[in-house]
Design a protein around this ligand. Structure first.
Ligand SMILES: *Cc1c(COP(=O)(O)O)cnc(C)c1O
Length: 564
């Protein structure tokens, strides 16, 4: 099985989560979906990669909403043996002074253009391990800090050893977020000079050489979002031999900061949008932070009706999405509208089946779906219910929402409950549905089936955001706060619209701007000037889908990071 992959040197891409397929719950949200799109584009472009992640046998969680609209979390267990083959290798890492054995699975991601990429799913659930250790790779983002550190040891150090044991030849390493940064420590150990060759005071570690091998993509624009571990915890759990003074020099004196570690050991570092790179440069002065704006995988995120349309009028778009720039003149308004109506009816059916709510195909649908957490402000739309009702009285609209809150994010869970109260308060005035258990499949249906995609995060906390890019592939305009990718993607009235301006967020101003745009610009355009509305749909496709795709992103990583 491995033979076809180990003869050429590869880029090893490490990520705590990867969205491989809707039925494989090894992802929680945007970071994992991006990792999945990365591998899917690598397959289409035939870039030699190998991805490394955890098997997460119990998944993230399956979301159910109880009668009071509280979130209930169920394990989302899956059987790796149904889709992946067992690896004939076992390696060990040293945790809490004992050996923890790591085996794994080979999943082959098959692209729709015949490309194939190997994905290694690390698994500690093997007979040799204690019960506790068998669970290390069970729960994605589960457990406490100690559990997280153990997972990161398995991912970073275990992943490196597994690649070596399997015979992979690696030319570059890519850390998708800081979770895997211990891989760089493993590299330092591997290339360390033998002690007997050192003069006194000389370091055994060849830091410049390791930096040449490593690339790091940071995703978190707020300081508190970075993984940090107290050194007494590290001392207790990480029993691999490594000079502690060097570790502190690389990862921070007070605590082990995974982002610092990755920054110090990577020659190429980037943020995931231009704005995010600026914010990261301020957060980490002295580091050179490039910007590679995220993208989404064209084929995965385009609805069937638009795939057929692009295949007919713009053949080759799946390999070169730049060609979508011609959508504006090469596809008729009628054909765009027809493809949209098909995608919309699929969403309406799904909402009927999952929420028992009937939406009207003649009335515009606004979509909002993403992780339910405070900074994403899912409640901004509900800031003033009277105003919202008033807008709907003049020109009606409908809303579809979805999203999970992290099990320990109490504010996020509270938001889900508040939103449901608002939905009930608005019943009879504005039809609204909250679709439970947001996943890739629901995302795919929503980003294509709505008429307008909303995003209202608190600036500058949205590193990039990608769901709005998915909407663009389906001719759905965005109405969004100017943060993350939208700073680059928004051309007012051409590709969509901005909420507020480009300065510090304030809830009151943003809510007012959101309402004003809906009432005075967006709804009048939708109802009174359909051909200009379709022009904005085409603007989203030709100006945004042509650029904000993961093929462009991977071509940039290949030419600017991997080859240097
Ligand atoms: C695309 C996607 C996300 C990321 O959405 P953002 O709006 O960028 O936060 C999260 N979850 C799922 C299931 C997705 O498909």
């Amino acid at each position: 099985m491995l033979e076809e992959f180990i003869h050429e040197t590869r880029i090893a891409y490490f990520s705590m989560e990867i969205a491989l397929h809707n039925n494989i719950p090894t992802y929680s949200g945007g970071l994992g979906v991006l990792a999945g799109d990365t591998i899917r584009s690598a397959a289409d472009l035939e870039l030699p990669m190998v991805a490394v992640t955890l098997v997460s046998r119990a998944g993230y969680f399956r979301q159910e909403l109880d009668a009071e609209c509280g979130q209930i979390e169920h394990p989302d267990s899956w059987q790796p043996d149904t889709v992946a083959s067992s690896l004939q290798a076992k390696i060990a890492v040293n945790i809490e002074g004992r050996l923890v054995w790591v085996s794994g699975w080979l999943y082959i991601l098959e692209g729709h253009m015949n490309g194939r990429q190997p994905v290694i799913l690390l698994d500690t659930d093997v007979d040799e391990n204690h019960d506790d250790d068998r669970q290390i790779t069970h729960y994605l983002y589960g457990g406490d800090e100690a559990y997280r550190l153990k997972q990161e040891i398995v991912l970073g150090m275990g992943g490196m050893r597994m690649l070596q044991a399997l015979g992979f030849k690696v030319r570059q390493y890519h850390m998708n977020e800081g979770h895997s940064a211990l891989l760089a420590i493993e590299l330092l150990r591997r290339y360390a000079y033998p002690k007997e060759d050192l003069r006194s005071g000389e370091s055994a570690y060849d830091i410049p050489q390791i930096r040449e091998l490593c690339n790091f993509t940071t995703h978190t624009p707020v300081d508190a979002g970075h993984d940090r571990f107290a050194y007494d915890l590290v001392g207790r759990i990480l029993s691999e031999e490594f000079d502690r003074a060097t570790l502190k020099r690389l990862a921070g004196e007070d605590r082990l900061n995974m982002t610092r570690l990755a920054l110090n050991l990577s020659e190429y570092v980037n943020g995931v949008a231009k704005r995010h790179a600026e914010v990261s440069r301020k957060m980490f002065p002295g580091y050179r932070v490039h910007a590679v704006t995220n993208g989404v995988h064209p084929f995965t995120w385009t609805a069937r009706s638009f795939i057929d349309l692009y295949n007919k009028h713009l053949p080759g778009w799946c390999h070169q999405p730049e060609i979508l720039i011609r959508a504006e003149c090469c596809i008729s308004d009628e054909a765009i509208w027809e493809a949209h109506c098909q995608a919309k009816s699929i969403l309406i059916e799904k909402v009927k089946a999952l929420c028992h709510i009937s939406l009207d195909p003649q009335i515009p649908i606004f979509g909002f779906a993403r992780r339910m957490t405070a900074y994403k402000r899912p409640d901004l739309l509900f800031s003033d219910l009277e105003r919202l009702k008033n807008i709907a009285r003049q020109r009606p609209f409908q809303v579809v929402l979805a999203g999970k809150a992290h099990p320990r994010d109490l504010d996020g869970k509270h938001l889900i409950r508040t939103i449901h109260q608002h939905i009930q308060e608005l019943a009879g005035d504005i039809p609204m549905a909250f679709v439970p258990d947001y996943d890739m499949e629901i995302a795919r249906t929503m980003v294509a089936g709505v008429d307008l995609w909303l995003n209202t995060p608190l600036r500058p906390m949205e590193a990039s955001g990608t769901s709005g890019m998915k909407a663009a592939f389906n001719g759905v305009p965005n109405l969004s706060v100017l943060d993350g990718w939208w700073v680059e993607g928004c051309i007012e009235g051409i590709t969509g619209w901005a909420v507020g301006d480009d300065t510090e967020s304030s809830n009151g101003d943003d809510a007012k701007s959101l309402y004003d745009k809906l009432e005075q610009t967006i709804l009048p355009l939708y109802y009174d000037d359909r051909s200009r509305w379709i022009a904005v749909m085409k603007g989203a496709i030709s100006k945004n889908a042509s650029f904000f795709n993961s093929h462009r992103m991977m071509r940039r990583y290949a030419t600017e990071a991997y080859i240097r």
